[in-house]
Design a protein around this ligand. Structure first.
Ligand SMILES: Nc1ncnc2c1ncn2[C@@H]1O[C@H](COP(=O)(O)OP(=O)(O)OP(=O)(O)O)[C@@H](O)[C@H]1O
Ligand code: SF4
Ligand SMILES: [Mg+2]
Length: 346
């Protein structure tokens, strides 16, 4: 692996046609595979060095599975994962060892992801121990430095997770993720288990780390509000597929996919000067279909108010719609108009 620091904007972590189908077993007395949960079904995405990339979608659409595939915690069913140009899709332990220290994950639940019987010092130095890394000045000094970086008191080195609040525990998880100096961090709903009042603090911390340390983030969230101010680019997922992707401005100011419109209409925003909000509220009806038997054609069609015959027979490709800028892709046969000025500043 190339030891040099990646240049800002260089593709760091790339997914090509990434797919994960979990087998569904049934039958008696012999259990056999009777179907598959199409958790992630052929997605392409690129996280670039130093950028924050938001991955958004409703519960069950495959966000965590995507994060776990990219960090190689799960084995993909198909497709490829490239890290700095190197194919790591099926890399074994030895090939992965150097990569593992550069790609880290922060989990949703700070309560469950920290060992209650270990001190903060042990938890944060764990990755250094696993990788046999002895930083100059020693591990303890490094841990104290990391605690300070994430806004915790370095003197609390010997405390246990239960002695901290939820927000502080998530900071411990962040410190652990930073221990090996990662180039990219996959943060899987890092604030959704926290009190609303402290969510912003943790989001701000991650944003500050991304800026100051130049770490790339894949920031997973279930609504567009959370990633609004921290993401340079955003991808919207629905039932295992990416339905729209683009810059923050593309997604928040000129979205083309009906599903993105629906998600955005649920995001509260400041009212206009005259007291009215400009955005009409779209209420999505019906449940998300089962990923075991997703709808034919466009997967969103059972909830889409614009669906026509073609939507049932032909899966729309993720492509640039007429009127959309470069890098702004949507998967819809009948995209919404490119209303450039209609939306308030993202
Ligand atoms: N190990 C597994 N075995 C079988 N099915 C799984 C497994 N992990 C996830 N799934 C299924 O895959 C689909 C996608 O799950 P995933 O956890 O990736 O969604 P998500 O977008 O992260 O949802 P949430 O917002 O609730 O965290 C779901 O239908 C889920 O039930
Ligand atoms: S392809 Fe058809 S069903 Fe799918 S989002 Fe577009 S209009 Fe709706
Ligand atoms: Mg999840």
């Amino acid at each position: 692996m190339d030891e040099k620091s990646p240049r800002v904007g260089e593709p760091l972590l790339v997914a090509e046609n990434l797919t994960k189908h979990f087998p569904v077993r049934g039958g008696f007395p012999i259990r056999r595979t009777v179907g598959a949960v199409q958790a992630v079904d052929g997605i392409d995405l690129t996280v670039r060095a130093g950028e924050s990339f938001g991955l958004v979608g409703e519960s069950g659409c495959g966000k965590s599975t995507t994060g776990r595939l990219l960090t190689r915690l799960l084995e993909p069913s198909a497709g490829r994962i490239l890290y700095r140009g190197e194919d790591i899709t099926h890399a074994g332990r030895r090939q992965l060892a150097p990569v593992r220290s550069e790609i880290q994950m922060i989990f949703q639940d700070p309560y469950a992801s920290l060992n209650p019987r270990q001190t903060v010092g042990r938890i944060v130095s764990g990755p250094m121990e696993i990788h046999g890394i002895e930083p100059p000045g020693g591990r303890e000094a490094r841990v104290r430095e990391l605690l300070e970086t994430v806004g915790l008191n370095p003197e609390h080195y010997n405390r246990f997770p239960h002695e901290f609040s939820g927000g502080q525990r998530q900071r411990i998880g962040v410190a652990r993720a930073l221990a090996l100096g990662p180039k990219v961090v996959v943060a899987d709903e890092p604030v959704s288990a926290l009190d609303v009042s402290i969510q912003a603090q943790v989001v701000n911390l991650l944003q500050q780390l991304q800026r100051e340390l130049g770490i790339a983030f894949l920031f997973i969230a279930h609504d567009l509000a959370v990633v609004r101010h921290v993401s340079h680019r955003v991808a919207v997922m629905y039932l295992g597929r990416i339905v729209e992707t683009g810059s923050r401005e593309d997604i928040y100011r000129r979205p083309r996919h009906p599903y993105t419109h629906a998600l955005l209409s649920a995001v509260p925003e400041a009212a206009d000067a005259d007291g009215t909000t400009r955005r009409e509220r779209i209420r999505l009806t019906g449940d998300v279909p089962s990923p075991v038997a997703p709808p034919s054609g466009c997967r969103f069609r059972t909830r889409c108010w614009k669906a026509r015959d073609r939507c049932a027979t032909e899966a729309p490709a993720l492509a640039r719609a007429d009127g959309s800028g470069e890098g702004h892709l949507s998967a819809c046969h009948f995209p919404e108009p490119p209303t450039t000025a209609a939306r308030p500043e993202a």
